[in-house]
Design a protein around this ligand. Structure first.
Ligand code: FE2
Length: 376
């Protein structure tokens, strides 16, 4: 649908209709066309940023004349006598008159359960741009990937982040320690597992990526585990759509106050765009504050939904677990994939370092790599 066969303009000059090879007809408003004109007076020829505001042309802007020219349409707007050219491919790609496809986002990946075989790469592989592209693409599509064979040294996790973006520094610093010495004389009080969770739901925006990097792991157990929160939410929607709607349509609250930091966020556990796309999960029993945004009459049903969601997350069939050795790490999309530490048993030590980063940098790097080396 990229070759134009004909165009016409409505009698009042308010609408252009473009007909494409194959028969598709797409209408465009004059105001929309004027705002999105591609000429160098409207858009910077270098960075593509818009140079005008809506105040720079009147709301009743109209198409004085239009004709096919070259590979597209030339339009003369009134009353400002502005001339702009719109390539047919651009019109087809930006059509909003039915048949348009929502642009792919990073959350358009494949949902998975405990049967997933994670994509794992060697730390040194990231120096190879094609292998780096493939590893980053797994983070985009699955929200999760692992690395092995990295240096066993403090701060090595920053070298992973440097391959695609920037550390998100927080009140915990550029990175934080996840260290527990297992005391063999007091095993009863050590090595408790943690329920799968997303990190820092009390932060707004929450960090969109987390890396956990292993420096020591001689304890028995202490495996790491991840769950696809989108798959969990989809399962809830399949089995109990009303429960899904309750969690998506009411805000939960999350809070953290310690060490001079006071953080709160008011967000739903299941975050949807206005058109229903699943874009975020916040789930963390340890930092959930009292929920006060659900009406009394709905609270019992809300808790039933919350419990049902938690039971799906706790279902072993949803979980991918793995043991990290020193020099191994994993990365999660913290807006989607929940992570957990399973319980310890036995003597030994477990020392991880963690840090946050953000998906914008990763997607930008991935997009640059795909521009040069092709799509993953
Ligand atoms: Fe965590």
């Amino acid at each position: 649908m990229t070759d134009l066969t004909s165009i016409d303009v409505s009698p009042d000059g308010g609408v252009l209709t473009a007909r494409f090879a194959g028969g598709a007809a797409r209408r465009f408003h004059a105001e929309w066309l004027r705002d999105n004109a591609l000429d160098p007076a409207t858009r910077d020829a270098g960075n593509g940023q818009r140079l005008i505001t809506l105040a720079d042309f009147p709301a009743d802007v109209r198409i004085a004349s239009a004709h096919t020219e070259g590979d597209g349409v030339a339009i003369n707007f009134a009353p400002d006598d502005h001339v702009a050219h719109f390539p047919a491919t651009w019109l087809a790609a930006n059509a909003y008159d039915g048949g348009q496809v929502r642009p792919a986002g990073w959350h358009d990946g494949v949902e998975w359960d405990g049967s997933l075989t994670p994509l794992s790469a060697r730390f040194d592989d990231l120096a190879n741009p094609v292998m780096r592209r493939d590893w980053l693409a797994a983070v985009r599509s699955l929200g999760f990937a692992t690395l092995t064979g990295g240096p066993v040294e403090e701060g090595a996790l920053l070298k992973v982040v440097e391959t695609f973006g920037y550390v998100r520094e927080t009140n915990y610093g550029r990175w934080f320690e996840v260290r527990a010495e297992v005391n063999p004389t007091n095993l009863a009080y050590t090595g408790l597992g943690l329920q799968a969770h997303t990190d820092n739901p009390y932060r707004d925006p929450a960090p969109t990526l987390q890396i956990l990097y292993c420096l020591e792991n001689s304890a028995e157990g202490g495996d790491s585990m991840v769950v696809d929160g989108f798959r969990a939410a989809s399962r809830l929607r399949e089995h109990d759509p009303a429960a899904f709607d309750l969690l998506a349509s009411h805000c939960a609250r999350f809070t953290y106050a310690s060490g001079g930091a006071r953080l709160t966020a008011r967000r739903p556990m299941i975050d949807l765009t206005p058109d229903g796309e699943l874009v975020g999960i916040r789930f963390n029993n340890r930092s959930a504050a009292p929920i006060t945004d659900v009406p009394f009459d709905d609270m019992a049903a809300y808790y039933k939904a919350y419990r049902a969601f938690a039971e799906i997350i706790d279902d072993p069939a949803m979980q991918v677990s793995f043991k990290m050795s020193p020099g191994d790490c994993f990365i999660v999309d913290n807006t989607r994939v929940l992570h957990a530490r399973l319980g310890y048993s036995g003597a030994g030590s477990r020392w991880l370092q963690g840090c946050y980063a953000d998906m914008d940098g990763l997607l930008s790097t991935l997009s640059e790599l795909e521009a040069v080396h092709g799509a993953a």
